[in-house]
Structure formats: C-alpha cells, structure tokens
Design a binder for this molecule. Structure first.
Ligand code: PLP
Length: 416
C-alpha cells in the first residue's frame, strides 16, 4: 500500500486535475487492499489471552459464567444503571426487552436505523410503525410521533443514531402522556452521554450492542440496561429458557446468554475504551481538517457536551452542490478500494417484509428518504491510519474537482 499512498501524495503535490489520479478515470486503485467501514477495534491481546486461559482452566464456558457476571457488573457500574443483563447480541436483547416490557400491537420506531431495530418487533408479531426523522439529528422526530399513536400502540423504540442522543426529554413526555413504554436502541451510543447523564439509564431500558463492528465489541454481544428490578429479573429468566433453578422453568424463554469467550473479549475491550475513543476522535478530526471547504459535502458533527464516541464518520452529499451524487461518490471510492457504506440505505421501510407490508410508508417518511440518499459512512477505527484518511479525503476532493470527467466516466461504464 505504501507505494500507492505515495502516489496519492505525489498527485496531491502536483495539484493537477490529472485525468489519471482516480481509478474511475483509469488509474490503478490507491489502496491495494480494501479499507472497510467497521473494521473491528482490537484491544490488548495479552489480557484477552490471559482471560481465555482462565476460562479454560475453570472449564466454565457459558451459563451465567464469571466473565459474563463481571461484565454485567462493570457495565452497570460504569453507566450508573442498576441492572445490566448481558446477552448474545443486541438483536436478541431487543427482542427480549420488548417481550419483557409486554409490548404488543404497534410500536413507533424510526425507519432510518439498522434493520434489526424493526425486525426485533416484527419477529414477535408487533407492527413497527415507522416515524420520520429530524434531518439535522437523523434521530426520530418527536413532533412526528403523536399522530402515529393509535389504541394499539404500546411503545416507542427510539435509536440514538451515530451515538448522538435522541430528544430524550420530549420522547419521555410523549410516552408519559400516552401511557407508552419508551425503549432505546443504544447500539451506537456506548460511552456517550445526554448532557451529564450517561446513555444506558433512560426510558424503561436501553439496549447496547457489542457486535464486532461496534465501538466496544465482544465479537458478538449485547446487553439491556435498566433501573427496573422486576424487568431485569424477567429478562434474566427469558435469556435462559425461563429457568429459575434446576428443573424449574417458570416462564417462556429463549437462549440469549452471553458466552464466556465473548464476555472475556468485552471485558478486555472495555479496558481500551479511552484509547479507542482517542483514536476515533483523532480520525474524526483528520477527516474534519481534510474535508473542509468541499462544497456540497458536509461532515456530521458531534456535540462535545454529549461525550461522543466518534465511532461513525458520516458525510452528507448534496448532489447539486457537490456535482456528483452520493452513489457516484460511492463508486469513485469503491474503485479505489475504499469501501464506504450507504448506512442505512434505503431505509428499513424499503426492505422486506416492510416494503410489501407497508407499500405506502414512504409518503410519511420524506426526511428519511432524503437523508438515506445523502448519507455516506467513511472508514475509521483502529484499523485505519491517519495517512489512509488523508488519502481518502484527497480522493473525495479530486472527485469533486473533476466532477465533470468523473460523471462522464461513470456514465460510460454504466452503459457497458
Ligand atoms: C448493530 C445494531 C443492532 C444489532 O446489534 P447486534 O448486536 O449485531 O445484534 C441493532 N440496532 C442498531 C442501531 C445497530 O447498529
């Protein structure tokens, strides 16, 4: 990769609108290997391997093991939330939280989210009712909720997208006024705050993800945080088939347990949280510095007050101003082996089964549709270097400067 990065530098210094500087214009890709979004952050190997040795020595692999319990304690202590129920992943954690909250009928949820948020409802025959987002925050718009409430509505499932907190107070007021349960999908928001209060303690419960691509990972993993003792107890039962002791099943349940391997990884990665956060922040600032002044391209900002984890570098492409569409820019980047992603395109309401179930949903979701057309997520995390980021920014800048020839080249290849 060094030689190709150097080529990027040379091209930058010449400053020329050289027809050969972009792969879509015939150059060789800048990166010889793919640069992915969401490449896992890896913590201290030695610490992880020590824990694995411990796990093997004690022959305790799962079922409320010492690492799982330690992780639950660490998380509740860290977030200042009374109960933490660790699970095998956030999707199952959402399903269990939804079930333990006795949600039924309809639940109001954004469509601009990862599909699991809606699937966790539909999976148990609860209808997700899609609510539009605020185009500035990308989060569910509280002003669009009340007219979606029907006698069948039992809850609101809001998402702290990109780790930026929802309008929590407005949402809580709507939930209270209408007797609805408020649940948060906090899969992006680990380590973030809402002002001075940590994400994890809001609503009836908040769900965290420790999937490999998330800020802190356990390979696969999730957790539900709640201050409600009875709710926590129902979830502990449900995640273990309803077992209340040997041979004693007292409720319906599933297998939502977190195994010890995952818990060992989660505990290890928690120890590197500060380091991961610093890297993310430096990466973000590198993007900020190098993408400045490109017309039609805006970097989504984070509010320092909410202690962002900077895990997502999100840009919005205004096709008219930028001169290329978001999708054209994706093709430019992919040609260079930069696998930027169109999260959460095209919106959950345009994915099955929702597209078929609710063919008219998009009429109520104009901001979701517009944002889904503009958003692009760029690579960050510990797997990406500062030089990589500078190179990615240079590609974007070249694409903007050469928009005419880029558009023509893309059109030609499309016609083939
Ligand atoms: C990743 C993610 C999930 C699902 O998490 P898993 O741990 O992979 O099941 C749910 N919601 C959102 C918003 C996510 O980004």
């Amino acid at each position: 990769m060094d030689a190709s990065v150097k080529r990027g530098h040379d091209a930058a210094e010449s400053g020329a609108k050289d027809r050969t500087i972009l792969a879509v214009l015939g150059a060789t890709p800048v990166f010889s290997e793919a640069i992915h979004v969401g490449r896992p952050n890896i913590g201290n190997r030695q610490r992880f391997l020590e824990r694995i040795e411990t796990m093997l020595d004690r022959r305790y692999l799962t079922n409320s093991g010492p690492f799982e319990r330690e992780l639950e304690q660490r998380l509740s202590g860290m977030l200042g939330v009374r109960y933490c129920v660790a699970m095998c992943n956030a999707t199952v954690a959402l399903e269990i939280a939804i079930r333990a909250l006795n949600l039924t009928g309809e639940v109001i949820v954004p469509s601009f989210t990862f599909v699991a948020t809606a699937h966790a409802l539909q999976w148990q025959q609860i209808t997700p009712v899609f609510c539009d987002i605020d185009p500035l925050t990308h989060n569910i718009n509280p002003r669009k909720i009340e007219h979606l409430i029907t006698p069948r509505t039992s809850g609101i499932l809001a998402v702290h997208l990109w780790g930026r907190p929802c309008a929590i107070e407005e949402l809580q007021a709507i939930a209270d006024a209408n007797g609805l349960a408020l649940l948060f999908d906090a899969a992006h928001a680990f380590g973030c705050t809402y002002g001075t209060r940590k994400i994890g303690g809001f609503g009836r419960a908040e769900v965290l993800s420790f999937h490999a691509t998330k800020f802190i990972s356990a390979g696969e993993g999730g957790a539900v945080m709640t201050n409600d003792a009875a709710l926590a107890e129902r979830m502990q039962l449900m995640k273990n088939f309803g077992f209340a002791g040997y041979d004693n099943v007292i409720s319906i349940g599933t297998n939502g347990k977190m195994n010890e391997l995952s818990a060992a990884m989660g505990l290890t990665h928690l120890e590197s949280l500060e380091e991961f956060a610093r890297t993310n922040r430096t990466n973000f600032e590198t993007y900020e510095h190098n993408l400045g002044g490109i017309r039609g391209l805006s970097l989504l900002r984070y509010d320092e007050e909410n202690s962002p984890n900077y895990h997502y570098v999100v840009v919005e492409v205004d096709a008219r101003e930028f001169g290329l569409t978001r999708d054209q820019l994706v093709r430019v980047l992919h040609a260079e082996n930069v696998l930027a992603r169109r999260y959460f395109y095209p919106g959950v309401h345009r994915m099955e089964p929702y597209r078929s179930l609710f063919p008219d949903a998009r009429h109520a979701l104009p901001e979701t549709e517009a944002v889904a057309e503009r958003v692009l997520v760029l690579p960050t995390g510990r797997g990406v270097t500062t030089v990589d980021i500078e190179t990615i920014c240079r590609i974007i800048r070249y694409a903007a400067e050469n928009r005419g020839s880029v558009a023509r080249a893309l059109k030609e290849t499309q016609q083939k």
